[in-house]
Design a protein around this ligand. Structure first.
Ligand code: GLU
Length: 307
């Protein structure tokens, strides 16, 4: 699906590991509003690389939750669990830049400096220059890391403004294929968004620090960079981040207690699109949508007005 000047292509890429909660609903809503307010398309993709945690049943519930909300999609692409042969081809393109890494999880956390933004670590390059003899001495399968350049990446984010990261100092060489052969999120998402012709990536703020890694891979694979919009996180009135653990915030509970229009009215008001809280359909909300209205700080959401 290629963009013409009037038709942006967005996507919603949920992980079907549980019932949709309000954080997912909000990301899906803004992704949908952003393209539908400009006559664009939305691609749906199930990110089920982790086959232990995800299921076809949860994927079907996600689709029915999106339908209930009135958030339709123009195309659903193959789930990631079925695309390892495609990812193999892209991994092959990285041949001169990847190397095997034998570090154990505890070594990784003990040896490397913590990553400032997301609680992971900055990989110090421990396995970058192993000799063939050193590699042969490990009797286990390695993960594969891609070498990163010492270069500043800038994301001009639609919601968050300018975000910069130097992968060499803020992240280090990162894993693209795990030791068990499963490709990691960063590679899969870059391939899938690129092949689907996605022109804008809208998702939760917690993934902002992934954008530079994905931009780097886009360049290596020959894809255009999409626009990015990382939407604020939703918090309960007591400051808790809404997550899958909050049963009262998932769609199973909400569908039993409210209407899609009331829920969209609350979300539209809480995030700054509407100036008062009143029931509204997704289509009507698209008429009100504008990135400039969207808050860029955490959003406190009190659902008691719906119950
Ligand atoms: N699958 C991820 C999630 O459900 C989203 C990844 C993305 O949008 O890039 O949190």
């Amino acid at each position: 699906m290629k963009e013409t000047s009037q038709s942006p292509v967005g996507r919603f890429a949920p992980t079907p590991s549980g019932r949709m909660h309000l954080g997912n609903v909000f990301a899906a809503l803004i992704a949908w509003l952003s393209v539908k307010s400009r006559g664009g398309y939305l691609v749906l993709r199930m990110e089920d690389l982790d086959t232990q945690r995800t299921s076809a049943e949860f994927a079907e519930l996600l689709r029915s939750d999106l339908r209930w909300l009135g958030l339709d999609w123009d195309l659903e692409t193959d789930p990631q669990s079925q695309r390892s042969a495609v990812y193999d081809r892209y991994f092959e393109k990285l041949r001169d830049l990847v190397y095997p890494c034998y570090c154990t999880r505890s070594q990784l956390h003990n040896v490397n400096a913590p990553h400032l933004s997301d609680g992971t670590y900055v990989y110090a390059g421990t396995c970058r220059n192993l000799t063939e003899d050193q590699k042969a001495a490990f009797d286990r399968a390695p993960a594969w890391r891609v070498k990163v350049p010492d270069k500043l990446w800038t994301v001009e984010d639609l919601a968050q403004g300018t975000y910069t990261e130097n992968l060499a100092t803020d992240c280090g060489d990162f894993v693209v294929r795990r030791a068990d052969g499963v490709y990691v999120y960063q590679l899969a998402v870059t391939v899938d968004d690129g092949e689907a012709g996605v022109t804008e990536v809208v998702r939760g703020m917690d993934l902002l620090s992934s954008a530079p890694r994905q931009m780097y891979l886009q360049g290596l694979f020959g894809f255009q960079h999409p626009a990015y919009g990382h939407v604020p996180m939703l918090l309960a009135p007591d400051g808790r981040r809404l997550s899958k653990r909050d049963r009262d915030m998932d769609l199973d509970f909400l569908q039993a207690h409210t209407t899609p229009e009331a829920l969209l009215g609350l979300l539209g008001y809480a995030c700054g699109i509407l100036d008062k809280q009143a029931p509204i359909s997704a289509r009507e909300l698209a008429g009100e949508f504008n990135w400039n209205k969207l808050k860029n700080q955490d959003i406190y959401l009190d659902i008691s007005s719906l119950l």
